[in-house]
Write a protein that binds this ligand. Structure first.
Ligand code: FAD
Length: 552
């Protein structure tokens, strides 16, 4: 099979136009093309007046070698890559069951691959079954009653369950693990188009049933789930060579689980778990993070700015955007987790703190577009800020957690202390005055918003950088600095503030048998990359068990 890329066609092309374009580009004799299938479909909207669809096509040809030879040097023609996933062999030494902590995309994929290899993982999840979790999360959004163990961040499916379900990533993926993740998602009920479109998304509704379907598969293969099972401590001992190794896990209900291989897939919001790792002496590092706000515009404004007269075309859907600005104060400002046709969600997991994020349904049909507009920070920023919430050492590896908590508490206070989010119009923010009321853009955040001055819940350099960035973004996306556009805050959970460093064998640098993985450990940023890292973690567990098979 050969793959031909960069076939550009108009949005309204005829059904047979792809085949004709292939024939024309390769100058094939009649009958040479036996069949073809679309491998990838994206669009090129760089020229607003002439948006084109861009295809990559797999070709079943009569004589592949002749066609390759005739087009030698054409980088757009090559052999179709082999993306099939190949399981690592099942190790014999599986006396102790691997344990996976967390059922986000990382933990789910780790558990699935471990189960597929035949290693019957035990999966511990602090939150509730996804259906119960949905009830708890909606109660928070409707009535402002936060369940600290069952919310947007915690519970079956992890942080991405109430999301836009964007499934793309810019990670390097030479082994095509991303394809394995997408194929498993399709098996679990995601639409097949996610295997083809260049920016797939599934929306929150389907994610719920997919997570359930994956659970059923893992259980059928011998895996075991324990929900409402919060890991609160890590027992570290010494192996027969005297090296530190994991021995077991302490649970919130007083229970204890013996464990020799633990995949730590706890996500970026499990701050208490990071503290427990720190107490157990597991190596940790502070890492860069971001802080900012979520901005909402009418989706129709974004569609018009991106697609011009072709706005609303069914092949394009609701428009997204990606914006970056380097501010004069040295800060990078960028759009984060843009959700076309979606809603801003209350994403707090701790009492007395307010956090924003975004989600949408598959249809992306809500009135507003939303995205985080965030400013990048490095550990020195929050070390020098000296926030010491909950006794965290402001110079230590957990300093980023104290920093996030501080600003989330300021947002809670600015919102009125009821989980309403502080909000401000772009016009008022740029003018440096508090909003008394909002304008034509109705904020979608539930349980509600309080018009105020967002400068009270962001560091001064972040306010300055965002003020400078918005007019610059307006130059690239007309209407972006619309006076009535609404900003809500604060957006703090763009990534984990802590890294749990691991070696080439996938294990913690100073505790053998602990496999830090996914977003919380600093090895992923998004659903797809977290799923990919889950596969890596499962393979690392299998490799460590296989090493135990070897005679000493
Ligand atoms: P998580 O998904 O955070 O999962 C961690 C799991 O561990 C949770 O289920 C948690 O309950 C459990 N856990 C934590 N601590 C413990 C403990 N001590 N004991 C037992 N269990 C524990 N990414 C995208 O790519 N596309 C999007 O459209 C997108 N939208 C998002 C929208 C929202 C509202 C949010 C919050 C995130 C969104 N993300 C999106 C980010 C994405 O969800 C995360 O990158 C991804 O879920 C990280 O996966 P993970 O498995 O590493 O961690």
């Amino acid at each position: 099979m050969l793959r031909l890329t960069e076939i550009k066609l108009p949005l309204d092309h005829a059904p047979d136009a792809v085949e004709q374009a292939v024939q024309q580009r390769l100058q094939l004799p009649p009958g040479a093309l036996r069949s073809h299938s679309i491998a990838r479909r994206g669009y090129d909207a760089r020229k607003r007046g002439a948006i084109s669809l861009v295809y990559s096509v797999d070709l079943d040809l009569d004589d592949e070698e002749a066609v390759l030879a005739a087009h030698a040097g054409d980088s757009r023609l090559g052999r179709t890559p082999d993306v099939a996933y190949r399981f690592v062999p099942r190790p014999a030494a599986d006396a102790s069951r691997p344990v996976v902590i967390g059922t986000g995309p990382c933990g789910l994929m780790a558990a699935l691959v471990l189960a597929q290899i035949g290693l019957r993982p035990l999966i511990l999840e602090r939150g509730r079954l996804v259906r119960n979790r949905t009830v708890d999360t909606f109660a928070f959004w409707r009535r402002g009653t936060l369940s600290p163990e069952s919310n947007v961040q915690f519970g079956e499916g992890g942080a991405g369950t109430f999301s836009d379900g964007k499934l793309y990533s810019q990670i390097s993926d030479p082994k095509h693990y991303g394809r394995k993740v997408l194929e498993e998602f399709v098996r679990a009920g995601a639409p097949e188009e996610i295997l083809v479109v260049s920016k797939p998304h599934i929306g929150t509704f389907r994610l719920v049933s997919m997570v359930e379907h994956m659970r059923a598969t893992i259980e059928a293969l011998g895996g075991e789930y324990r929900f409402e099972t919060h890991v609160t401590g890590f027992s570290v001992g010494a192996d027969r060579h005297g090296a530190r190794c994991i021995e077991g896990l302490h649970l919130a209900d007083g229970g204890y689980v013996e464990a020799r291989q633990v995949v730590l897939a706890t996500g970026h919001s499990a701050r208490d778990t990071m503290l427990a790792l720190h107490d157990a002496g597991v190596a940790l590092q502070a890492k860069p993070l971001s802080i900012g706000v979520r901005i909402e515009h009418p989706q129709s404004l974004i569609d018009a700015a991106r697609f011009g007269q072709q706005a609303g075309h069914p092949m394009l859907g609701a428009a997204d955007y990606k914006l970056v600005h380097h501010a004069a104060n040295g800060r990078g400002v960028y759009s984060f987790c843009m959700c076309p046709g979606g809603t801003v969600v209350a994403a707090a997991s701790e009492p007395g703190r307010v956090v924003t994020n975004g989600m949408s349904q598959y249809s992306r049909a809500e009135r507003n577009a939303n995205a985080g507009i965030v400013v990048g920070l490095v550990p020195d920023d929050f070390r020098s800020a000296g926030e010491t919430a909950d006794g965290i050492d402001p110079e230590g590896p957990l300093a980023g957690i104290a920093f996030q908590r501080h600003w989330e508490e300021r947002a809670f206070a600015a919102g009125g202390g009821t989980y309403h989010a502080p909000a401000q119009t772009v016009g008022d923010f740029l003018a440096g005055r508090a909003s008394q009321s909002l304008g034509a853009v109705v904020p979608s955040y539930k349980p509600g918003v309080t018009p105020t001055d967002l400068a009270s819940c962001l560091p001064g350099y972040a306010v300055a950088a965002i003020r400078e960035a918005l007019p610059q973004f307006e130059r690239r996306l007309r209407g972006f600095a619309l006076a009535d556009a609404v900003m809500t805050g604060v957006e703090t959970r763009t990534s984990s503030p802590v890294r749990v460093p691991r070696g080439a064998d996938g294990q913690s640098l100073n505790v053998a048998g602990l496999f830090p993985a996914g977003e919380g450990a600093g090895y992923a940023g998004g659903i797809l990359s977290a799923g990919v890292d889950g596969i890596r973690a499962a393979e690392a567990v299998a490799a460590s068990l296989a090493a135990q098979d070897q005679p000493v």
